[in-house]
Design a protein around this ligand. Structure first.
Ligand SMILES: N[C@@H](CCC(=O)N[C@@H](CS)C(=O)NCC(=O)O)C(=O)O
Length: 223
């Protein structure tokens, strides 16, 4: 299997982490987002959405972080994607919630406009309003994560075992480190993220992202 990815991509990190932790036979191929390789051929035709990650397994090609995590877990029968249909529905719920709620405001409105030049809005006012919207909405989503999904002593997002929802969620939340987002008001989120960071492969998989964050240490961010 081949994973087209970028090491700074937050949607690639959960897959890379799962593959490393479970020693899955996934070969990585970097698509250099930093030089716009995703907008050039052959990648632009390979994934017309011009995004990573993409997984190729024989004649199967799939995009979407959530789909790829589920596919890998199913293929390798990992307990991280429970077969009990009610438990599975809850894992799916959290993954959909992360993608359609949290991720939009957190990544595309708060973080990306501040770190990627091609996400800057055309006017200063539009840029400022986007980030402010992202900041307010992200605070709301983080309080749902903290108080609901991780409330009442929950160690993991679903049930009492780590699931692929935790892999995905932790990769997404950790994106905030690039803009030095303060998670202190969300103690359940902080403790859960620390549990995920204790995985043996968290640091190796996050090395390039951490280096990227370090390179921006002189930059001021709204968060
Ligand atoms: N819906 C996709 C989103 C993937 C995505 O946002 N990929 C980003 C990297 S994290 C990307 O390739 N961005 C290219 C760009 O910003 O030009 C998924 O969940 O996998």
């Amino acid at each position: 299997m081949k994973l087209y990815m970028h090491p700074v991509s937050q949607t690639s990190r959960p897959i890379r982490l799962l593959a490393a932790e479970k020693q899955l036979p996934v070969q990585e191929e970097v698509v250099d987002l930093m030089i716009g390789a995703h907008h050039e051929e052959p990648f632009a035709s390979f994934n017309p959405s011009r995004q990573v990650p993409v997984l190729v397994d024989g004649d199967l090609k799939i995009t979407e972080c959530s789909t790829i995590l589920k596919y890998l877990a199913d293929k390798h029968q990992l307990p991280e994607y429970p077969t009990d249909f009610k438990q599975r529905a809850r894992v799916n719920e959290v993954m959909d919630w992360l993608n359609t709620g949290f991720y939009r405001d957190w990544a595309y409105n708060l973080v990306y406009p501040q770190i990627f030049p091609h996400h800057k809005r055309p006017s200063e006012e539009g840029h400022r309003v986007t980030i402010e919207w992202g900041r307010e909405k992200s605070q709301f989503w983080l309080s749902v994560l903290n108080d609901y999904y991780l409330g009442q002593g929950s160690q993991w997002l679903v049930g009492d075992q780590m699931t692929i929802a935790d892999y995905m969620g932790a990769g997404y939340v950790a994106l905030g480190e690039i803009i030095r987002f303060d998670l202190t008001p969300y103690p359940n989120v902080t403790a859960w993220l620390a549990r995920m960071k204790a995985l043996p492969n968290w640091n190796p998989v996050s090395e390039v992202i951490d280096g990227f964050a370090g390179s921006l240490h002189d930059q001021t961010f709204i968060n």
